[in-house]
Design a protein around this ligand. Sequence first.
Ligand SMILES: [Zn+2]
Length: 401
Amino acid sequence: MPDERALKNPYKDYDGTQTLFDAQGNLTASFAGRITHKINDLLTAMEKGLKSADPRDCTGYTGWAGIALLYLHLHGVFGEPSYLQRALDYVSRSLSLTGRWITFLCGDAGPLAIAAVVYHRLQRNQEADECVNRLLQLHQSVVKGVGNLPDELLYGRVGYLYSLVFINQQFGQEKIPMQYIQQICDAVLASGESLAKRNRTQEQSPLMYEWYQEQYVGAAHGLAGIYYFLMQPGFVVGQERLTTLVKPSVDFVCQLKFPSGNYPPCVGDERDLLVHWCHGSPGVMYMLLQAYKVFGVKQYLEDASQCAEVLWQRGLLKKGYGLCHGAAGNAYGFLALFKVTREAKHLYRACMFADWCMNYGKHGCRTPDTPFSLFEGMAGTIYFLADLLQPMRSKFPAFEI
Ligand SMILES: [Zn+2]
């Protein structure tokens, strides 16, 4: 079946003869050099393009906070001080907070958390602490769910939760006590149980979540993204709740798998069309891999491997080279599987998708609304290319823990 949403993958699949990286997964100097060169080219193009970006968009998803996060990442990978300065410039622009949403990607938590980390790296500790305090001022309203707060990643509770985890990881200490994270997970569990009961679906899935009255499945708005967080060690208190509430709910998502190995965007949607991080197998993979790590059931890993096959066949999207619904975001799925299995095939496939991304703009793909942003545009592609230089440490930004 020809897929109108993806371009045909022109690359030969892995046959054991590749020469781009060694047995430990370290890229060869020439391939790494090519990537670094391309990163610099794309950064120049991005800076130029950003001059006409919407000055009011402060978000991580399409606005200034996302660009700041890119530079923070580049500073981490290359250790170049000017990148940290850039991160400071952009995050300063992002701090005109609106109070409308609370998440890392689409709300106030992102700019605050990224600013805290930038200040921390600059050893401006008082300013870092101020940002952390402002972030924590949102905590009670997130726990209580003020304003019918959803639970998903882009606008809901786990999107706020990510910012707390981000702070702790980047500070290298439990700057924010674990109880804060656990309180949010308690609220997410209570919300999911209550909806499952209300819908009388608790027999099939003890937890259920909606966003705009739809039961989304994928990483951005749906079940897989939420369960990925609930399965992180120590986030949900009590093994029993993990096995009686979370695991059967994960299994419910597993049952939604299409014959192709892909997953629907919503429960009940029969159309096997979308292979995006936001909707479909590229995002569901993270839930499956985490379930495999936590519960040790081989089937989860097999389902994740099947996701990777879907990605390889249908992952070079006409929507472009971005993270949310583009080739770079899909390539992170291969890296996630490589980190668990250490199989060269997966790293090879990520490298081929990187090659595709390095031919940015040459495939007739559509131009996104925000062509230079982190989640739709060029900044996300650069972020991925930099991550490929250190595959075992790579993480899908604003999501993967
Ligand atoms: Zn998307």
